[in-house]
Design a protein around this ligand. Structure first.
Ligand code: NAD
Length: 367
């Protein structure tokens, strides 16, 4: 018989899910496994007060299961607040598939994943995220209606990334207006880190406006492709955070603003597409505020993609999608002004508005 006295260290191991730092009262966490296809996935449903939990599926070669669980907990929570602040009637959810999207993603695996999504009866609706393409969502659609981001010829709104990039561009312009007094980005030195689906579309907007764009990516092939297409500079240094720049646009993965990078940052504005840019929202949000670096909250300015997929559920037309995405400019400006007026971080300002909307709906629902 094992000892009944468990040390606190062992106890924390004994609480691998609800005891995680990233756990934030998530409603449901579903672990999915299929031996035949090799599928190992986790679906996180953070909150469904405002509506079904909608959020993309990320396929990534995680270092271990802890990293995957941590990611799905953080990402699904972020979706709750993203939809809430954007005024959408959606809850927050996200899924991660553990594996290499380039070598391990098969139609069979995607269909099996779709069946797991279907088993949740609409509490979770999926879409694409890193490692996923519109074609993968079309495959998922073969087995469940609870999927968005499918091809236009199949009745969907298509790839959300250009809309996400447009929203980020709007948020960046609002941050420029706030910081520099003008939203014109011509001649502003902008570093775009990650030139995938969203990053490239952002580079296009920035180039059209005459910004001085530098791009960074782990893929040399992408760097050369995007650089020759838009005539932008490739970053060849080893520490992007220490570079002098006006705007840093994180468009790869999250948590790039952390204990190691925050003191080096030379940017005057941070505005990008990546989810969960602040490793620790309160701590790093405050440090940015102290340093006078304007942070346009990620979950606010990268909401174009969710607006686009929400349109599939609500039958919005293109004009309505663009109008809602363009409005990210006004919301961002309001939040930055509100944060300044109340001496709180921009993250806190955005978060409290989102939280209020959820709490109000919760009270209404329970009447
Ligand atoms: P993507 O997979 O198309 O692109 C990611 C790019 O980042 C790739 O080119 C990859 O090589 C690069 N990258 C990875 N690690 C890097 C590193 N350490 N340094 C530099 N580059 C690196 O993904 P995407 O759809 O463009 O999304 C980018 C980010 O925006 C993700 O964090 C995603 O969650 C977020 N986001 C995307 C959408 C959307 O509509 N696609 C919506 C909201 C948020």
């Amino acid at each position: 018989m094992t000892s009944e006295i468990i040390s606190s260290k062992e106890l924390s191991k004994a609480d691998p899910v609800f005891g995680q730092n990233s756990f934030d009262d998530h409603e449901q966490i579903v672990f999915c496994n299929d031996k035949d296809t090799g599928l190992k996935a986790i679906i996180g449903i953070h909150n469904t007060v405002l509506g079904p939990a909608l959020g993309g599926t990320r396929m990534w070669n995680y270092e271990n299961e802890w990293a995957a669980l941590n990611d799905v907990l953080r990402l699904s929570r972020g979706m709750t607040y993203k939809s809430a602040i954007t005024g959408l009637n959606l809850g927050g959810g996200k899924a991660v598939i553990i594996g290499d999207a380039k070598t391990q993603k098969t139609p069979e695996l995607m269909r099996r994943f779709g069946e797991f999504v279907h088993s949740l009866s609409g509490r979770y609706i999926t879409a694409e995220d890193v490692g996923m393409a519109t074609a993968d969502m079309d495959t998922v659609r073969e087995v469940t209606p609870y999927v968005t981001g499918i091809s236009q010829n199949k009745g969907g709104a298509g790839n959300p990334s250009p809309i996400t990039a447009y929203g980020v561009f709007m948020g960046m312009k609002a941050a420029a207006k706030f910081k520099f007094g003008s939203d014109v980005l011509e001649d502003k030195k902008v570093f775009v880190q990650g030139i995938g689906n969203v990053g490239e579309a952002l580079v296009e907007h920035l180039s059209n406006e005459g910004a001085k764009v530098t791009i960074a990516d782990i893929s040399q092939e992408r760097l050369e492709e995007v650089s020759s297409k838009y005539g932008v500079n490739i970053y060849n240094g080893s520490d992007i955070y220490s570079e002098a720049m006006d705007i840093y646009a994180p468009c790869a993965l999250g948590a790039t603003i952390n204990d190691e990078t925050i003191h080096k940052l030379q940017a005057k504005i941070i505005a990008g597409a990546a989810n969960n840019q602040l490793a620790e929202e309160n701590k790093h949000g405050r440090l940015l505020q102290e340093r006078g670096i304007v942070y346009a909250p990620d979950f606010l300015i990268n909401a174009g993609g969710i607006i686009n997929v929400y349109a599939e559920l609500e039958n919005y037309d293109r004009q309505e999608i663009m109008r809602k995405t363009e409005n990210i400019y006004n919301t961002t400006l309001e939040i930055l002004e509100n944060a300044q007026a109340n001496a709180i971080t921009t993250h806190e300002a955005a978060f409290s508005i989102a939280r209020d909307r959820i709490d109000t709906r919760k009270r209404e629902n329970s009447k």
